[in-house]
Write a protein that binds this ligand. Structure first.
Ligand code: NAP
Length: 285
């Protein structure tokens, strides 16, 4: 590894976000408001249970209330919608996060859509997505927001750069593409039907990997000096890029773990605190 390589340290970025949030949480607490995030977990997927636990612990460390709604895997769409509606109506709840994926028999899209926009702290509703696309004030999905936050923390320019996003899921590939577009990058979005992916990735100044396949992007695809942002998180703590090989050519790269993951959680906390502040100021004005 040469001196000019920059490892984009997600733990450091996350800490900076949390340090800034701590004062806001204190300010709210003094006014008698405790920001509250509710995570909903349907079923018993062990990875999902771990993510929910990590999010809850991160909330507690910052003084944010974390509530968990755990529903068994036989839960119907209607039952899930009813649980979400109850949380929408609860004024002490500021953010709602439905852990993805839910069991197959549930209409996940209907469940996401049931979340009140004001509490949609992970940008999963179509209205939240659309507002994000227009650069308006909804809370974007946390992982895309984390990717942009990492670039901003390290003052890596976005404007005018060619960003290649591999993956087009509604929670990751598409929203991060729109966020980079809104920051004046020229964006190419790739997916499973994309041809000559190696050449397209090779043209990227910024490469976002959001595929869900371990070590999918080899080092040979990366342009010398490119910035590689690996959102992938596969079993065994393995990202979507071949880290060691990409490090050889990249100018900057996020590791897995300790890259995009911790910043994603920090963004969730930030959105929850922002939602609590927004609700409070709307009451007070
Ligand atoms: P997803 O919904 O499965 O989407 C994967 C995307 O990759 C799809 O758009 C798919 O294309 C594309 N793809 C699959 N095979 C491909 C190929 N051979 N060539 C090009 N594109 C291909 O996954 P996701 O939810 O976006 O998650 C992606 C990764 O990010 C996973 O590793 C996940 O664990 C991780 N993730 C991390 C965080 C975090 O906090 N760090 C949060 C969320 C997700 P099609 O659309 O054509 O099928």
């Amino acid at each position: 590894m040469t001196e000019s390589k920059l490892i984009l340290d997600g733990a450091r970025v996350a800490q900076a976000i949390k340090d800034e949030l701590a004062g806001k949480v204190q300010g709210l607490t003094k006014r008698g408001i405790t920001p509250c995030l509710v995570t909903i977990l349907v079923g018993d997927d062990p990875a999902s249970a771990t993510y929910v636990r990590m999010k809850g612990n991160a909330c507690k460390r910052l003084g944010i209330e974390s509530r968990r709604v755990e529903l068994d895997r036989e839960t119907t769409t209607e039952q899930l919608l009813a649980a979400i509606r109850e949380l929408n109506a609860d004024p002490s709840v500021h953010g709602i996060l439905l852990q993805h994926p839910v069991p197959h028999h549930i209409d996940e899209r209907a469940a996401f859509e049931a979340i009140d926009l004001a509490k949609d702290v992970d940008g999963v509703t179509t209205l939240g997505f659309a507002q994000n696309a227009f650069g308006m004030a909804a809370y974007p999905s946390c992982t895309p927001a984390a990717i942009v936050a990492i670039l901003d923390y390290y003052r890596i320019p976005i404007e005018g750069k060619h960003a290649v996003v591999v993956g087009r899921s509604p929670i990751l590939g598409k929203p991060v593409s729109l966020m980079l577009l809104n920051r004046n990058a020229t964006v190419t979005i790739c997916h499973s039907k994309t041809q000559q992916l190696d050449r397209i990735v090779g043209a990227g100044d910024l490469v976002v990997a959001a595929v869900g396949k371990p070590k999918f992007i080899p080092g040979s695809w990366i342009k010398e000096g490119a910035v590689v942002l690996d959102a992938g998180y596969n079993p065994g703590n393995i990202g979507d890029v071949d880290y060691e090989a990409c490090l050889e050519r990249a100018g900057a790269i996020t590791p897995v773990p300790a890259g995009v993951g911790p910043v994603t959680i920090a963004m969730l906390l930030k959105h929850t605190v922002d939602a609590a502040e927004k609700r409070t100021s709307s009451f007070e004005s």
